[in-house]
Design a protein around this ligand. Sequence first.
Ligand code: F6R
Length: 256
Amino acid sequence: MAEVVIVGSTDDAGELAADAIQSLVAAKADAVLGLATGSTPLTTWRALAARHLDLSRVRGFALDEYVGLPAAHPESYRSVIAREVVEPLGLTPALVRVPADRGPIETAGADYERAILAAGGIDLQILGIGRTGHIGFNEPGSSFASLTRVKTLTQQTRIDNARFFDSVEDVPMHCITQGLGTIMRARHLVLLAFGEEKADAVAGAVEGPVTSSVPGSAIQLHQKVTVIVDEAAAAMLRFADYYRYAWNNRLAWEKL
Ligand code: F6R
């Protein structure tokens, strides 16, 4: 079962996720991180940047990328990862990849999978979750075995991401995303979610039936998952009291 940690603020969540990354990198300086974009991981990147760690050997693979935006567009995930992650954390740009950053889109998925395998796999995957229950851009119906490939975004996701663009029409319709199978191969999943609009997706992912209709529910089949949520995102969790109780009584040696 996922370890669920209910925190008082998004800053607290960022500190906890940063703790997990910091202890990984202390043990493995060239650790491989899976990198989510969007609003949710921002407090994690901020907390990590404030620690001034040497992350120059850390390798990174972004979860996803829009298809159809020029790479230099400020909202391409290549630009977002450079601006919000690589620069503030002091990562080495050549060690961080985004899907479809090299070569044609037709072969980009297989190429990305090969690169992840060649890096030895992802040690820690930071995840957000969409209101549709997507992780990465694996929208409802995505196969649990799926690998990096091109997908069509739901209209709901385009509406949700329109805040980064001038209008919803400007949000690309297609993306390339690590698959659920790719995500499941990562050794540790850290899923963050904040706000009441995520409560339904969080409850479905953590406690609902395991179904491709709620792609985030795939995490229930993974052996090491940490879900970090604020009170609003935890509001529909049936076992919230138990999660609080377990966290407050965790053993001294237990780490995220
Ligand atoms: C982003 C990603 C998505 C987002 C999700 C939540 O790389 O893969 O799954 O994590 O759409 O987005 P925010 O954090 O903006 O609410």
